[in-house]
Design a protein around this ligand. Structure first.
Ligand code: HEC
Length: 427
């Protein structure tokens, strides 16, 4: 079954692109005269779990973090179509997209399936970056992850089934972040791999401001094809050896054009990794022990924890991802006071939900959360997808019963599941 197909007919110079995402998603359509590439998601999930070699498994992420990260990077790049990221073209192993990331102002664009990520505010990359720059991301899961996604979504014609979670050890998720910044914003971006994406059109008079995703009419803002450059390469691995902490290792690479050589893909520099949130490290300057951050990148995450360049400085990779739960009642980013922020820096086992944030119900650690919330095993794409799916289900009505609970669309547009407000995760 092909869920999305593209027929481009080159007839008298006329291109007709037909795109359909089927029951799995609602996707931005390519304009009728578009002759370029069109995103084709891979939702052909494996029917069963297959264990395949994990080249990083023999390497200690604590003792040899760089070697561990490089083994993972090699695994994620091997056989990929690095020009267009068509996962179906991988000649070595299969990778899969998460369904239902099409809708919404930041939803998947039609050219390469990128979703909008947080912007780079002026001055983030260097003092010469005077304009706000957009970032757009592309993520996918390996076979073990794909098998779970397949069980959650079935053939797309029934309600999502969350009993398929958690992801098994060996699951790998990847996220590539492409930016509209260029080498005059940051000389390190010179020679970075490029990708064209349909991003929000820049109509700003004040370049300090970032192009809004929502227009002044309240509708998603207009988009326009634009060339982006690879800036970040994030990897998350379900690790048996980290199961006494969160069960995941998060690591990241940054593209650095200053690295000598001809191959751009050899210029991804490891920034570090984390396997726990360091609950005992507050904001008093103590060094984290469950993050290893390489020189030059120590200030990206809260309290020196591991984090990406485009991510919120008050957060850290696994802290933000731990908020993945259904319904998503907690924001991703911790508040400023440590007394409350500590809730985001616990090490919550993947089987248990994050729970209610401070200020809601009886707050962080409220045991009633266990009966009301389901852990989404650190998958934020899945969290966004379930909200999109629910909103689509409520398109022509205000209430619906589903496997995700009793869904309701309120007059103000908010979504509730079993009476709990589902927070839209602002990326
Ligand atoms: C402040 C929140 C935040 C932080 C910090 C963060 N992420 Fe994410 N991450 C997200 C969101 C939101 C998504 C889903 C975005 C999308 O694709 O639409 C995501 C998606 C991902 C994915 C795809 C799988 C999934 O969970 O959806 C990977 C892999 C990933 N991030 C790795 C990392 C790594 C590695 C770091 C640290 C270097 C990191 N992230 C830091 C918010 C965050």
């Amino acid at each position: 079954m092909r869920l999305l197909f593209t027929i481009a007919i080159h007839l008298f110079g006329l291109c007709i692109a037909v795109a359909s995402a089927g029951p799995f998603d609602k996707m931005e359509r390519a304009p009728a005269n578009w002759c370029g590439p069109v995103f084709n998601p891979n939702y052909r999930f494996p029917a069963k779990f297959v264990t395949s070699p994990e080249p990083w498994a023999a390497i200690s992420f604590r003792k040899e973090p760089e070697r561990y990260l490089r083994a993972l990077l090699h695994y994620t790049l091997e056989g990929q179509d690095r020009a267009h990221w068509r996962l179906q073209h991988n000649t070595v192993r299969d990778w899969y997209h998460v369904p239902w990331l099409g809708p919404g102002a930041n939803g998947r664009e039609f050219i390469h399936g990128l979703t909008r990520a947080p912007d780079l505010q002026p001055g983030t990359l260097s003092p010469s970056q005077t304009a706000c720059r957009q970032n757009w991301a592309l993520a996918f899961y390996n076979q073990s992850g794909g098998a779970v996604l397949g069980r959650i979504w079935g053939h797309g014609n029934r309600d999502p089934d969350l009993s398929a979670l958690p992801f098994p050890p060996g699951t790998v998720a990847v996220k590539l972040v492409f930016t509209s910044a260029n080498s005059s914003d940051d000389p390190g971006l010179a020679g970075a791999p490029e990708l064209v994406a349909n991003i929000h059109a820049d109509t700003r008079s004040n370049l300090n401001e970032c192009a809004p995703a929502i227009g002044s009419n309240g509708k998603p803002a207009a988009r326009k094809p634009h060339t982006l450059r690879l800036i970040l390469f994030d990897i998350a691995v379900r690790e048996q050896r980290a199961s006494y902490k969160t069960g995941w290792v998060f690591g990241s690479f940054r593209y650095d054009g200053n690295v000598p050589g001809d191959n751009a893909w050899d210029k991804l520099v490891p920034m570090g990794l984390m396997w726990g949130n360091d609950p005992a490290v507050s904001d008093t300057g103590e060094k984290p022990r469950q993050s290893i951050v390489f020189k030059g990148y120590e200030t990206l995450g809260r309290g020196g924890r591991m984090n990406g360049i485009v991510d919120d400085r008050a957060s850290a990779c696994s802290s933000c991802h731990m908020a993945a739960q259904w319904p998503s009642v907690a924001p991703m980013t911790a508040p400023v006071p440590w007394s409350e922020a500590r809730c985001w820096f616990r090490n919550v086992d993947a089987r248990y939900p994050f729970g209610f944030p401070p200020g809601q119900k009886t707050g962080c650690g409220d045991p009633s959360a266990l009966g009301k919330l389901t852990a989404l095993d650190f998958s934020l794409q899945l969290t966004i997808a379930l909200r999109n799916w629910s909103l689509e289900k409520l398109k022509h009505r205000t209430t619906a019963r589903s496997k995700l609970g009793s869904l309701k669309r309120l007059a103000n547009g908010n979504l509730t599941a079993n009476g709990l407000t589902v927070a839209p995760l602002r990326q």
